[in-house]
Design a protein around this ligand. Structure first.
Ligand SMILES: NC(=O)c1ccc[n+]([C@@H]2O[C@H](COP(=O)([O-])OP(=O)(O)OC[C@H]3O[C@@H](n4cnc5c(N)ncnc54)[C@H](OP(=O)(O)O)[C@@H]3O)[C@@H](O)[C@H]2O)c1
Length: 379
């Protein structure tokens, strides 16, 4: 198990522009879903503060939260930490609305994507975070009913009112994101600049539609759960029952009814085994290699890390400090590759005929390269 390996000191971060904006973000973001224990996992305030401090000391500037995380504790602590450390201006602060579960039993407008829920959620987030403007405001997930036009207009109004600087989408179908961006472009409204989706060696569903859409439309992909909730750290083992696994979140989520939360599957054990072999060959901790793989994928701007202990964060921050030889990258790519399905497989077969035998290259990705390969720490 590589978890106990002594963490190396990470090199300063690389930054990139987020989508087609001028916003510079570090290519590793800090997720704060673990700030608080209300979800049945996470950490106490002192540990959260240590995670926050070490991320900023490293030079990271992109911090992700949501109104729903730990019932508001995550936003509250983050606001306190930024104020105490005097770093609000330096942080690119991202939060989300949609999943406000309080009072939903008696109020169908309390949650969801509609303007009424949005405006109320934003005011509550601004108050908990102790700030007057959010740098990046996400629609957290599609509610399946609110017209996209209402979301576009509302987000554009909030940018004009100075309450948010940029906005983005999370957990939406590709057609919805494409419609939002295209309508925004056509009507001169503020466009969503980023897309936050689950992406890791064990969760690759977005490769069918989302990565190419992000390239085509200039959206920064911001993956969440790069370790599959901790599975790809290597601390879980196939021969041990879920209840006996090493301490960690997956112990709690393995038995839940939502299939996507159960990571302890035969397919995933094969991926963990290959990751372990590759990590051993390159002499890096499995968690580092797993995060590295996600950051290097097409369209990815910044990957959101999660941690419950400072030593976990210390282990994954050097994820960009090495290169993976192409043959090892190909092995990782191959082990969890999803089956070719219609229409993509059909298109792949037909396209060579459309090029008359010549090689025709697509436009290269516009923003996959870091703005600055290695900069100094800004703190
Ligand atoms: N938009 C969305 O719908 C959405 C959904 C989920 C998350 N997110 C965002 O993405 C962030 C990251 O998500 P995630 O927490 O699921 O990411 P993850 O990287 O898949 O899992 C992180 C968890 O893995 C374990 N871990 C991390 N580093 C480790 C190491 N070196 N060794 C052993 N275990 C390690 C820790 O959990 P244990 O200590 O409990 O094992 C940690 O909390 C969240 O904080 C949130 O900001 C967004």
């Amino acid at each position: 198990m590589t978890f106990d390996a002594a963490p190396a000191t990470a090199l300063p971060p690389a930054y990139t522009l987020l989508g087609r904006t001028g916003l510079r973000v570090s290519r590793l973001a800090l997720g704060t879903m673990t700030f608080g224990t209300e979800h049945g996992f996470g950490c106490d305030r002192a540990t959260a503060r240590a995670l926050f401090d070490s991320y900023l000391d490293w030079g990271g500037n992109f911090i992700d939260t949501a109104d729903v995380y730990t019932q508001g504790t995550s936003e509250r602590w983050l606001g306190e930490f930024m104020r105490e450390a005097g770093v609000r201006d330096r942080v690119v602060l991202a939060t989300k609305y949609t999943n406000n579960f309080s009072n939903t039993a008696r109020d169908p407008n309390a949650a969801g994507n509609g303007r009424k829920a949005l405006q109320r959620a934003l005011e509550a987030s601004l108050s908990r975070l102790g700030t007057d403007c959010i740098d990046l405001y996400y629609l957290h997930m599609w509610d399946t009913v609110t017209p996209v036009e209402e979301v576009l207009r509302s987000m554009d109004d909030l940018v004009r009112a100075g309450k948010i600087r940029h906005w983005a989408l999370s957990d939406v179908p590709a057609w919805y994101a494409a419609r939002a961006i295209t309508l925004a472009q056509a009507h001169g409204l503020e466009q969503p600049c980023a897309l936050q989706m689950e992406y890791s060696l064990v969760s690759r569903g977005i490769e069918y539609e989302f990565t190419s859409m992000c390239q085509e439309l200039g959206i920064g992909l911001v993956p969440w759960s790069p370790l599959g909730g901790g599975l790809l750290s290597g601390k879980y083992r196939p021969h041990v029952g879920a209840a006996d696994q090493d301490e960690g979140r997956i112990r709690n989520t393995a038995q839940v009814a939502t299939p996507s939360l159960n990571k302890l599957t035969p397919r995933n054990w094969d991926i963990v085994a290959e990751l372990e072999a590759v990590a051993r060959e390159i002499g890096r901790p499995m968690a580092q290699v797993a995060v590295h793989w996600v950051v290097q994928r097409p369209s990815v701007s910044s990957v959101i890390l999660g941690a419950t202990k400072p030593q976990q964060l210390a282990q994954i921050l050097p994820a960009l400090d090495f290169t993976l030889p192409p043959e090892l990258e190909q092995r990782l790519d191959a082990v969890g590759k999803l089956p070719a399905i219609f229409p993509y497989a059909f298109i792949d077969t037909m396209v060579p005929r459309l090029y008359g035998g010549a090689q025709v290259l697509a436009t290269p990705p516009r923003f996959a390269q870091p703005l600055q390969q290695r900069g100094g720490s800004w703190r």
